[in-house]
Ligand binder design. Structure first.
Ligand SMILES: Nc1ncnc2c1ncn2[C@@H]1O[C@H](COP(=O)(O)OP(=O)(O)OP(=O)(O)O)[C@@H](O)[C@H]1O
Length: 494
């Protein structure tokens, strides 16, 4: 547990009337002492024991502590974690009439933990709402005689507990009100509270006959829509348990007695869970299924939750037995360890999203590779066609030249023909390997290349002379075409 606190309420009017003595004292911020009122001091001396037993808690309060002090020391620290995705639970535990409802709900003048927590939660949300987007929903239920009732919609009948795929316990069909308006939530809380089963008993005029569970779910995500966005989700349970009671003390009959039996049964189940969870060897079976209360509190007790227990006792000698039991359970609860982790509800969604992006990119790469390969093969085919076309042109030019050449030019003409056939004649064609340089390198000595032409005619004279803008393109086809033109010029000059 994150912390276990103890609160000792003031002596009640009834206790004062009974002239009860005070047996439970707060010694300091953490220590409480309980004195046994029945023990004979002589017996204690003879047995060499103390009449007093001390208990240590994370924090201890007595009748002087204000509601604000209790809230600050126990619950306020949970809010920051809550809005960042850490589950939290605060529950009030103790015998009937010892101040659980006072701590959790409080009064109009002295509001309790519910109101203070919600106020601070909405303040924290407001302070960060420029960067973060929130959604808050609230539900309020009671477990009365082992049945779950929706306090925000009591006419909906009894509800069932279900475990979702992730093992989280949910209340099927519960009303969840979405709001980030503190005032609205307070009104709902007050309305729900009026629905809560309360009856006067001899021990408490306003005894809660049910366990009340206020659940606030907070979802937070960044307003900035980047790819690495996280959605954090956390639940806060605030629980006002019904008080354990002894029939003799409450003088209950009939329905009250039956309620008391149910209350005690679920609190016994809670006590058993606390016992098993606090077992030092960790080998005891934790039976959450014994009551609806323990099923609902499964995560809060031994799972993923920062849990605060506020145990309550009366200081009076008449309540000694109940106080001792409560102190013993609260003391044990200190050794319960929970495994808290941040709830990032859409991590798997993002992983799925990344997987989709990667597979889209892979198919895009495949598509582009195929396109490049197709283009390259089309280009190669068109280059081959160009070269064959040029070769054809060369041959017909040569045939034509054959007619116009004088006899004395014939040997020169034959030499040029030979050169041309050696450099670009029919035979296996090589595609350009780098910028079309291949055919130039492969040209026979004496065959003119565009570069050769430029070298021979500085200042672009060659370009003007031939007037062909494609002349400098380094493709095999152009290279051959230029060579033919140069050859033609040379032949005419000869
Ligand atoms: N710290 C306190 N300061 C002043 N009054 C208190 C304090 N604690 C409890 N009381 C008063 O004691 C009475 C009983 O308290 P409360 O109803 O909160 O007990 P409870 O533990 O919730 O009882 P139950 O389990 O029967 O519902 C109430 O009248 C309440 O106002």
């Amino acid at each position: 547990m994150k912390s276990v606190a103890l609160r000792i309420r003031p002596l009640s009017d009834a206790e004062q009337e009974e002239a009860a003595t005070i047996v439970a004292h707060r010694v300091d911020e953490q220590m409480v002492v309980l004195m046994d009122p029945m023990e004979d001091p002589d017996d204690i001396l003879r047995a060499n024991r103390s009449r007093e037993k001390t208990y240590m808690f994370d924090v201890a309060f007595d009748y002087l502590a204000s509601q604000e002090e209790v809230y600050r020391a126990t619950t306020k620290g949970l809010i920051e974690g809550l809005i960042s995705g850490y589950n939290a639970t605060v529950f009030a535990y103790g015998p009937t009439g010892c101040g659980k409802t006072y701590t959790m709900l409080g009064t109009d003048k002295e509001p309790g933990i519910y109101v203070r927590t919600l106020n601070d939660l909405f303040r924290a949300i407001e302070e960060t709402s420029d960067d973060m987007l929130y959604s808050v929903s609230m539900s309020y239920l009671e477990i009365y005689n082992e049945m779950i009732r929706d306090l925000l919609n009591p006419s909906s009948g009894f509800l069932d507990l279900r475990e979702d795929a992730k093992g989280v316990i949910q209340v099927a069909g519960i009303t969840e009100v979405s709001t980030i308006n503190a005032q609205e939530i307070m009104e709902l809380l007050m309305k729900g509270n009026k629905q809560r089963t309360q009856e006067p008993t001899a021990a408490n005029q306003t005894s809660s006959r049910s366990h009340a569970v206020l659940q606030v779910a907070v979802k937070q995500q960044s307003r900035c829509r980047d790819v690495l966005q996280e959605v954090r989700f956390a639940r806060l349970f605030m629980i006002d348990l019904a008080g354990s009671e002894r029939a003799a003390q409450t003088q209950n009959r009939g329905q009250r007695l039956k309620e008391g039996a149910h209350i005690n049964r679920s609190l016994l189940a809670l006590g058993n869970c606390i016992n098993a969870l606090s077992d030092k060897n960790g080998t005891k079976y934790v039976n959450y299924r014994d009551s609806k209360l323990t099923r609902l509190l499964k995560d809060s007790l031994g799972g993923n939750s920062r849990t605060v227990m506020i145990a309550h006792i009366s200081p009076a000698s008449v309540a000694f037995e109940e106080s001792r039991n409560t102190l013993t359970y609260a003391d044990r609860a200190k050794s319960i360890r929970t495994r808290v982790k941040k709830n990032l509800i859409n991590v798997s969604y993002h992983i799925a999203q990344y997987t989709n992006i990667i597979s889209d990119l892979r198919s895009e790469i495949q598509r582009l590779k195929k396109k490049i390969a197709d283009q390259a093969s089309r280009q190669l085919n068109s280059d081959r066609a160009d070269i064959r076309h040029v070769q054809g042109k060369v041959l017909s030019t040569l045939k034509h030249m054959n007619h116009i050449c004088q006899q004395k030019l014939f040997p020169n003409f034959c030499i040029f023909t030979l050169i041309l056939l050696t450099s670009g004649g029919p035979g296996p064609l090589q595609p350009p390997e780098s910028g079309g340089d291949g055919p130039v390198e492969g040209a026979a000595p004496g065959c003119l290349s565009p570069t050769d032409g430029d070298q021979e005619k500085p200042d672009g004279a060659g370009k003007q002379q031939h007037g062909d803008p494609d002349r400098h393109l380094q493709t095999p086809a152009n290279h051959c075409r230029v060579s033919v033109e140069d050859l033609y010029v040379c032949l005419i000059q000869l």
